[in-house]
Design a protein around this ligand. Structure first.
Ligand SMILES: [Zn+2]
Length: 238
């Protein structure tokens, strides 16, 4: 990785914590909280491994459940608040945003701004995971790379990371902009608009079958992703 690059790892859906003050709102939502709707299984563990793979890559994460407020949705998006919180009065929603949403988004933005001010291009990888089956449909994918196909630097980086991953494990099913589109609403989409060409935003989507398969399966895919990332960064910088 050349000196003109800076890597940043984040995890917006890293846990299913509900602050005590809001616990009563979730009395009827315990099963949902414990499911993929509550958080991204394995995503924080993978994020930690990716951050360790590259010297001094900052890792910013949240372990508060996205069912309180979704850090990966824009203000005004219908999915910002969940069924458990969308009926709250405006002032309560504002309090949740002030305490749990803005601090994370602002901290990530500050690291990006700092990198750009230091004349670097910032590569932001947001670690997520997806449920293997949704509404009865099996998703035939192990790892998805979400990016904006209209931005060549993001496309090139993802192509390199995907290739390196395929070299390390030819059995993995790797897909681009699956199970979601890289340009859908999300933090990286908002930051592309805000920071422009010096910002590269990529969402990593790992199948939760690894995390649900136990520590060994999750550790193995995280390790392989980290190895491939190191190789891809070497290739991108050359
Ligand atoms: Zn997620």
């Amino acid at each position: 990785m050349s000196a003109s690059w800076a890597l940043l790892i984040t995890c917006e859906h890293g846990g299913a914590d509900i602050p005590a003050a809001y616990a009563p709102l979730f009395d009827g939502w315990r099963d949902a909280l414990a499911s993929h709707r509550g958080h991204d299984f394995g995503a924080l563990s993978t994020a930690r491994r990716l951050a360790r793979a590259v010297d001094s890559a900052p890792l910013l994460f949240s372990t508060t459940s996205r069912m309180l407020v979704d850090l990966n949705r824009s203000l005004g998006h219908p999915g910002l608040f969940s069924e458990a919180t969308k009926g709250l009065p405006r002032r309560d929603k504002d309090a949740i945003l002030a305490r749990y949403y803005h601090p994370h988004r602002d901290a990530v933005a500050a690291v990006v701004a700092e990198g750009i001010a230091a004349d670097r291009t910032v590569l932001h990888i947001a670690s997520h995971s997806f449920t293997p089956r949704l509404r009865g449909v099996t998703r035939h994918c192990d790892v998805g790379f979400l990016y904006d196909p209209g931005r060549s630097a993001e496309k090139d980086f993802c192509r390199n990371w995907l290739r390196e991953l395929a070299c390390l494990d030819g059995d993995l099913i790797l897909r681009r902009n699956y199970p979601y589109k890289g340009v859908s609403d999300g933090m990286v989409t908002a930051f592309r608009r805000r920071f422009g060409e010096r910002y590269l935003g990529v969402e990593l989507e790992v199948n939760q079958r690894f995390a649900l398969g136990g520590d060994e399966a999750l550790g193995s895919i995280s390790e392989t992703l980290a190895d491939a990332l190191q190789r891809a960064l070497g290739r991108t910088a050359s």
